[in-house]
Design a protein around this ligand. Structure first.
Ligand code: SAM
Length: 389
């Protein structure tokens, strides 16, 4: 079966490739982090992974032709939890280096499809308008979906996927202009889309993507039962309970009453300068996050017959929460493994998007070859934010 070709910018430990590799061939990948490169190469046979800052890459370094470019660019400056400096921030601003590389390819050699993935913080301010304008300047039509990992694994992880294709293509069969009851269109996405100027609204497509059959995830399926994972001491567990407010302590007391084994996920948050422990027993882990420092690492809490035990979520459990198979070799260093997984994209989400939208779109796009010198920037004008990069 024919495999389509793609570039993977910001490839990290290779979770996107795990989701795509059945139907797609990664002909060029890049990341700046040598530890992630090591994890990637341990698990994925590749001579195409380039360890370097995206700033140092030139368009001529990219092998052509290629069908798709995927970029999960750094999210720190867009995170609602963090300090928002937006798309002009040092890390999320790497998007513009990606854009320059694609723009530097002559139209017939440019990938006909671009997928951008990031946190929902992307859907705010003028950043999103700038991003749509940048895609318009590449001669593309585009739309976005907010896919929460919760439909695929027991982890709450909403992420934005912007899918753009060559503007000449007839996308009729792939869009649903009314998108009633779509699980992938959030209120914020509708709001930011409605704030686009008319020329960008004209290029907007509400992509169709089916919803997976709801699975009843068992949280036990991600929990390691081996004794290799070290449990916290009683004092440490008490300390965590001491960081809870009444509401969270009440949740612990309620499961204690049930006299059966209950598994919960605990994470620390800083509210008004005070560190608080929050817990959930709904069978869903909170979003894996990887800011530097250890405070956001999740803790597994097991309650049985009123006994409460706690320990750090293990590296393998983080991988399972990302839909990564147990055959994937994780770094032996805990923090490295946590970063490799916590920065990644949930594998079954990538598979679902590929199977139900990207593959149908790319195979249809072959009927619409990119024309040479098909430039759109003059037609639509490039805003200041792009011109002065
Ligand atoms: C959100 S993660 C992408 C993870 C990856 N797609 C996966 O699923 O495993 C962003 C990645 O961008 C990389 N990165 C940050 N700045 C970079 C730069 N200037 N050049 C290249 N890569 C960079 C980080 O090392 C990180 O792995």
């Amino acid at each position: 079966m024919k495999k389509y070709k793609y570039y993977e910018f910001f490839a990290g430990a290779g979770l996107v490739t795990l989701g795509l590799r059945k139907h797609w061939d990664c002909i060029w990948a890049n990341d700046i982090d040598p530890k992630k490169e090591n994890t990637y190469k341990t698990n994925i046979e590749s001579n195409n992974y380039h360890l370097s800052d995206i700033e140092k890459i030139q368009s001529k370094d990219l092998p052509i032709p290629c069908d798709m470019a995927w970029a999960s660019f750094p999210c720190q400056d867009l995170s609602l939890a963090g300090w928002r400096s937006g798309m002009s921030g040092e890390r999320s601003g790497t998007f513009w280096s990606f854009w320059r590389l694609i723009q530097g390819l002559n139209p017939p050699d440019r990938p006909k499809m671009i997928v951008l993935e990031n946190v929902v913080g992307l859907l705010y301010d003028k950043d999103f308008i700038g991003l749509c304008e940048a895609l318009s300047c590449l001669g593309m039509q585009f739309g976005a979906l907010v896919i929460d990992g919760i439909h695929f694994v027991p982890q709450s992880r909403p992420r934005v996927f912007v899918v753009a294709v060559n503007r000449d293509m007839d996308c009729g069969p792939f869009v649903d202009p009314w998108h009633f009851n779509s699980p992938w269109i959030s209120g914020q996405l509708e709001k930011v889309q409605s704030s686009l100027p008319q020329n960008l609204k004209d290029l907007w497509r509400w992509w169709k993507l089916p919803k997976p059959i709801e699975k009843d995830f068992s949280v036990e399926s991600i929990i390691e039962t081996s004794d290799l994972n070290e449990w916290n001491t009683e004092e440490q567990t008490l300390q965590l309970l001491g960081m809870m407010n009444e509401h969270n302590l009440h949740k612990v007391k309620e499961v204690q009453k049930q006299k059966k084994l209950s598994i919960g996920f605990l994470y620390k948050r800083t509210r008004n300068g005070k560190v608080q422990a929050e817990i959930r027993f709904d069978g869903i882990a909170g979003c894996l996050r990887t800011p530097s420092g250890g405070s956001s690492r999740q803790v597994v809490v097991v309650v049985e017959n009123s006994i409460i035990k706690s320990r750090l979520l293990s590296a393998r459990e983080t991988a399972r929460l990302m839909g990564v198979p147990d055959s994937f070799v994780l770094p032996s260093n805990y923090n490295e493994a946590y970063h490799a997984m916590g920065d990644g994209v949930i594998v079954p989400v990538v598979e679902w998007l590929s199977q139900h939208l990207l593959l149908p779109l790319i195979s249809a796009s072959n009927a619409f070859p990119l024309e040479k010198n098909h430039e759109h920037s003059a037609q639509f004008g490039i805003s200041k934010s792009i011109r002065f990069l």
